[in-house]
Design a protein. Structure first.
Length: 411
């Protein structure tokens, strides 16, 4: 890998921008460059300098400290769609990934999550040392060293959700409850950054692996004609399949039916199709259905019934947004406990930590499903809300924002 070759040297070489950013303002006139060139814009001179190992670490620490002071802003879906070529997506990653790896402080010395966050701090240095060659119009083969780093980064991120979920489960047993609010805020910040990394790197890999010059409705991870009703049907079938497998292995769970009803768009009168990332929509709906299924089966056992009430999924849309409602009869949640379900330290799951490590979903982890599902929905411009009917069940509403229609493009 390129980073190994670079790391074996006694010094690193990086490109820096020397910019006379200090301006002097003249009364009644535009600010002038302090270098005396007379320009109304900062002068920019590019140079290559050699940095020692320690100096490089200082440079990375300073950059991390800078990003830590910034308010993270999620990318819009249309920004991801516009990064439709190897050159464009490499530039997007080079600009946005360092912003995603902000300093994770506050809890590092107070609990076990510091080990999880600490491992990811080295990612920024790895990214900086393997900066892609962005001059001209680089193709996939020109970005091969950078692609290796991205693949390594994705591999390092794979177990993060399950690891952090296990750390939070231990903290729930050992830490004082007064610190739960700060833990919740820290974990939200951490996962917002991880969502950026997960989504951008997945999009990068998809673009790099796409056949060049081929017209397609898919742009990287984005399907410009994603059908939410179809995605919900696929998620429902997957959940029912997993429940049937558990029952055949001695769990003895009764048969659960999940019914999906997809209406036509009220604006177009046709099937609902929107630009979206189908894989993440599938993960979110799958987690919501798993929660509803677990509650429905527990309510069925408690009532001594032969079969649980079916779960109903309804999909509808107008010209502005798509709504997905998941209704169950799993007994609901008491009104006073409604906020608990959004906590990373709350879960009714009895699965062991190892079971989450095997999951492909980035939402897979103890206590992660609902709060992470909400974060992903918000990141993509939507929302996730729950309506509780104690003693009856829960209605879950997932709203997806539309973006202007996008025609299939040549990548």
């Amino acid at each position: 890998m390129a980073t190994v070759a670079l790391a074996s040297r006694r010094a690193w070489r990086i490109d820096v921008v020397r910019c006379s950013a200090a301006f002097t303002g003249a009364a009644g006139g535009a600010p002038a460059c302090a270098s005396g060139c007379g320009s109304s814009r900062p002068s920019r001179r590019f140079a290559t300098v050699a940095l020692s190992k320690e100096r490089m670490k200082e440079f990375i620490r300073a950059e991390l400290a800078y990003f830590a002071q910034q308010t993270p802003e999620p990318l819009r879906l249309d920004q991801i769609v516009r990064a439709s070529t190897p050159a464009k997506v490499a530039r997007l990653l080079h600009r946005e990934l360092p912003r995603a790896h902000r300093v994770f402080g506050g809890l590092d010395g107070a609990c076990r999550v510091g080990e999880v966050a600490g491992d990811l701090r080295g990612v920024l240095q790895q990214l900086r040392l393997a900066a892609p060659q962005l001059e001209g119009n680089p193709q996939a083969e020109d970005l091969a060293p950078y692609t290796e780093v991205i693949a390594s980064l994705r591999a390092r991120h794979m177990p993060v959700t399950a690891l952090l979920g296990e750390a939070l489960r231990k903290m729930r047993r050992e830490e004082a409850p007064e610190g739960e609010a700060s833990i919740q805020a820290w974990t939200d910040t951490f996962f917002n950054s991880r969502i950026s990394t997960e989504m951008l790197t997945k999009h990068y890999v998809a673009i790099i692996q796409s056949p060049p010059g081929q017209a397609s409705r898919k742009i990287g991870v984005v399907d410009t004609k994603c059908n939410p009703g179809q995605i919900c049907q696929e998620a429902a079938l997957e959940v029912m399949k997993s429940l049937a497998a558990e029952s055949s292995h001695g769990d003895g769970a009764p048969q659960l039916q999940i019914n999906v009803f997809a209406k036509h768009c009220t604006h177009s009168g046709t099937d609902i199709e929107i630009p979206y990332i189908p894989q993440y929509l599938f993960y979110i709906v799958q987690e919501l259905l798993r929660n509803s299924a677990r509650a429905s089966l527990e309510a069925c056992r408690a009532a001594g019934l032969q079969e649980p009430e079916p779960i109903t999924v309804t999909v509808c849309a107008d010209q502005k947004q798509v709504a997905i409602r998941i209704s169950d009869k799993g007994g609901g949640v008491p009104f006073g406990n409604g906020d608990k379900i959004w906590s990373y330290q709350f879960s009714t799951s009895k699965q062991p930590y190892e079971a989450y490590l095997d999951g492909e979903s980035p939402l897979s982890g103890w206590g992660m499903g609902l709060p992470l599902g909400r974060l992903y929905a918000r990141y993509l411009g939507g929302s996730l809300e729950l309506m509780h009917m104690p003693g009856i069940g829960v209605d879950t509403y997932l709203f997806l924002s539309r973006i202007p229609d996008l025609e299939p493009v040549s990548s």
